[in-house]
Design a protein around this ligand. Structure first.
Ligand code: FAD
Length: 433
């Protein structure tokens, strides 16, 4: 029986594992193996809500072993170490996980390999950024942002009640892309909520300074200009500072240096300025772009290797119907995953395979208390239309619900959504400490 190995169980990889498990694994037409270093999957676009403390990851994650059992694939928890492309084997380090060490193979032979290991924070060589700034690229990093914010609010509040005025809590978010602006809005909401719940006594707007720093002339670079303008207006209404055209040249224990040597004090610096592919991709000897992403062809096959596909954030993809490289977004990961679920069985059967086509459905930026702002792409030739407020927030929620549906089926998706709603109503999803 032939073996398909998928490395990475995130937005792209889990979707492919489930689809191929149902299509091939169930009828024993192929062995489908998913490898991930984490035992659970959390949809990454929720990370800024985890960072703000408004989403509890343990409520929203799903067990990869459980998904494997339900969807006819095998799950191996472990870290990708290397790929031998000549022998077609993947080496996986399972040793760090005491409960599974020694029970799983270290070397897995594959017929087709699907790389879906996502992205890591790109610091662009800025001095001190890796050491002093907080990243937002994993559950643990998002939890660190949450804990630092909560600690800073409590400590300034306690100092203020014993010493009088002690100044503001200053948060600087480097990067005015979707991650940065969504995080800023979430943090403003959290500072208000924690004040309402009596966790701190600071003025949640005047005493909590949140600034988004962006090197480009406007926030959301590369996205629709009208969308960016609408988001900027919403952020201004929430007293979130936007400083565009600002180049961060260093991060220090006390804050940042801008445009050479201008200091900017900050208690917390979050680095959301860009992502690159993990170093493992280039280490395989695959053709990569400047961000270390694997260059793929029209079938999502890595250039120069007809047995390795790359999808999601670790891939550099320029489909035949799109003029530029696709962005690192969940929408791209999802469409690529669905494409491979249909294409891989045809590759295995030696049948002709159509190229991957991408359809841009637009963007929705979630702004916590202010709802959301979205630009929805419609029919070619007709301009995008825009939604704001509750309708946009509902659309943003619908995108997450579609993800829940596609991995759970409609019955379980309904139950999961009801339980999420219940947890939210009970307040169990909000971290107050
Ligand atoms: C804070 C934040 C907010 C975002 N908001 C949005 C949004 O609103 N809309 C949108 O479209 N996109 C958003 N994105 C982008 C979106 O989340 C990604 O594009 C999408 O998750 C990419 O999917 P992926 O499967 O390629 O990677 P991921 O979802 O990151 O999954 C990668 C998987 O690989 C595993 N892995 C990594 N390295 C190894 C290894 N060496 N060995 C084994 N396993 C490994 C990881 O554990 C993980 O499970 C956001 C991203 C972030 C960080």
């Amino acid at each position: 029986m032939r073996t398909i190995v998928i490395v990475g169980g995130g937005a792209a990889g889990l979707q492919v594992a489930i689809g191929l498990g149902r299509a091939l694994g169930k009828r024993r037409r192929a062995r489908v193996v998913l490898v991930d270093r984490s035992p659970t999957h959390l949809w990454k676009p929720l990370l800024h809500e985890v960072a703000a403390g408004s989403v509890e990851p343990t409520i929203h994650h799903t067990s990869l072993a459980l998904q494997a059992q339900r969807n006819h694939f095998q799950f191996i928890r472990g870290n990708l170490v290397s790929v031998d492309r000549a022998l077609r084997t993947v080496s996986v380090d399972t040793g760090g996980n005491a409960e599974i060490a020694g029970t799983d193979p270290q070397v897995i032979a594959y017929d087709k390999l699907i790389l879906a290991i996502g992205g890591v924070t790109e610091y662009f060589g800025v001095a001190g950024a890796r050491e002093h700034a907080l990243a937002l690229d994993s559950v643990s990093s998002a939890e660190r942002v949450r804990d630092r914010l909560h600690a800073a609010l409590r400590s300034k509040s306690e100092q203020e009640s014993s010493l009088g005025t002690v100044g503001k809590v200053r948060v600087a978010i480097v990067g005015g892309g979707a991650t940065g602006v969504q995080l800023a809005a979430q943090l403003r909401r959290t500072s208000r909520l924690l004040n309402r719940y009596g966790v701190h006594q600071l003025d949640p707007v005047q005493d909590v300074d949140i600034t988004v720093l962006e090197a480009a002339p406007s926030i959301l670079p590369g996205m629709d200009g009208e969308l960016a303008a609408r988001v900027a207006r919403q952020l201004a209404r929430q007293n979130i500072g936007i400083a565009t055209g600002q180049r961060v040249t260093a991060v220090t224990p006390d804050g940042l240096k801008l445009n050479g040597n201008e200091p900017l004090n900050a208690d917390i610096v979050v680095w959301a300025a860009g992502i690159a592919a993990p170093a493992e991709v280039a280490a395989m000897g695959l053709a990569v772009n400047g961000k270390g992403q694997a260059c793929v062809d029209a079938m999502l096959l890595c250039v120069g290797d007809e047995n390795i596909f790359a999808i999601g954030d670790c891939a550099s993809c320029r489909p035949t119907n799109v003029a530029k490289e696709l962005p690192t977004r969940a929408q791209v990961a999802f469409q690529q995953a669905l494409y491979l679920v249909a294409a891989v069985p045809r590759h295995l059967a030696g049948k002709p395979v159509r190229p991957f086509f991408y359809r841009d459905y637009g963007s929705v930026i979630s702004l916590a208390g202010a709802g959301a702002v979205g630009s929805l792409a419609t029919v070619k030739g007709i301009p995008d239309w825009y939604v704001e407020g509750r309708l946009a927030a509902l659309l943003h929620l619908a995108i997450y619900r579609r993800h829940i549906f596609s991995i759970n089926g409609w019955r379980r998706a309904l139950a999961v959504s009801l339980s999420h709603g219940l947890e939210r109503w009970l307040g169990a999803g909000t971290r107050l400490h």
